[in-house]
Design a protein around this ligand. Structure first.
Ligand SMILES: [Fe+2]
Ligand SMILES: [Fe+2]
Length: 304
């Protein structure tokens, strides 16, 4: 059995000190938003509780689906790299970027470049699906399990949190899913934005949700994990190789008394059966008085 933990939307706090010159961009709106309310929503103590619980449970692998930072300040990327190191070594943790990680256009070395070891294929994945020059999708393989990591993070205008996979990545996604499917592997797709049409509105959604979903239906996948909406959602889609579960998770730092569900991560237990797969989902959520993490859900997603 393989255990995969999924957490998302870290929105790491506290915010580092920002220079005035750093705020001469879309960041100024984010800065005002942060100090008006978001800092009360995304709390470091909550994230630390979640992280501790997750590390104690020793999953085989951890997937982090974006929005590690808030305004894209250079110092935020360094702090997020430290947080990733605390979570585990790059061989045990896969990360992809979210819209907040592409908040403003930055030289890669000043931004998500700091997370590179967590955002690249492993040897076993590279043999089956070589990483393209554009770096996404990259593939990591762990025995029976293959992770296909997409980037939907694009710089956008103020007030826009949309994403896009893009035609080149969609084509490579199809090829990767086909090859991994031929090998009989359990395919997990990671994408920050919810990939199904209608899951987010125009200003927040994946611009090519319909076309991305069509690729998944056409080539098959077993599990699609995303963040961005800061909510727990479970959807099923029919693909050429059976049902794919499309699952979103709340933010890993969401305060308990918020508008959205409290912080949570999900753990998947995946086991090969003679004629398919058995998959269980365990929700681990934060609750109050005293603040602790508990098993808020435990269900069998598929028996085969
Ligand atoms: Fe987010
Ligand atoms: Fe997001």
């Amino acid at each position: 059995m393989f255990t995969l933990a999924h957490l998302s939307d870290i929105h790491l706090s506290p915010l580092p000190r920002a220079r005035r010159s750093d705020l001469m961009s879309k960041r100024i709106l984010g800065y005002v938003n942060w100090h008006r309310g978001r800092k009360y929503v995304h709390r470091r103590e909550v994230l630390d509780l979640v992280t501790r619980d997750l590390i104690e449970r020793k999953p085989d692998h951890i997937a982090v689906t974006g929005d590690l930072v808030n305004l894209g300040l250079p110092e935020e990327f360094l702090r997020a790299a430290e947080w990733l190191h605390h979570l585990g070594p790059p061989s045990d943790v896969t990360a992809i970027p979210g819209n907040h990680d592409a908040y403003v256009r930055l030289h890669p070395e000043a931004g998500t470049g700091h997370w590179k070891p967590y955002m690249q294929s492993n040897e076993a994945g590279e043999i089956i699906v070589p990483t393209p020059p554009s770096l996404f999708p990259f593939v990591r393989r762990f025995g029976d399990i293959a992770i296909v990591a997409l980037s939907s993070a694009i710089p956008t205008a103020p007030f826009i949190a949309a994403g896009k996979v893009g035609s080149r990545q969609r084509k490579l996604l199809g090829e990767a899913l086909a090859r991994l499917g031929d090998k009989g592997l359990f395919r997990v797709v990671l994408v920050h934005h919810p990939p199904l049409p209608g899951q987010s509105n125009w200003a927040r959604g994946l611009r090519d949700a319909g076309r991305t979903t069509r690729v998944i239906r056409q080539y098959g996948a077993e599990l699609v994990l995303h963040g961005h909406n800061h909510e727990q959602t479970v959807n099923e889609i029919k693909t050429v190789s059976g049902t794919a579960y499309v699952i979103g998770v709340p933010s890993a730092s969401e305060a308990i008394e918020g508008r959205l569900p409290a912080a949570r991560y999900n753990e998947y237990r995946i086991a090969r059966k003679r004629d398919g797969w058995r998959v269980e989902m365990i929700g681990r959520s934060v609750a109050a008085n005293p603040e602790h993490v508990w098993e808020s859900e435990h269900r069998v997603l598929r028996e085969r």
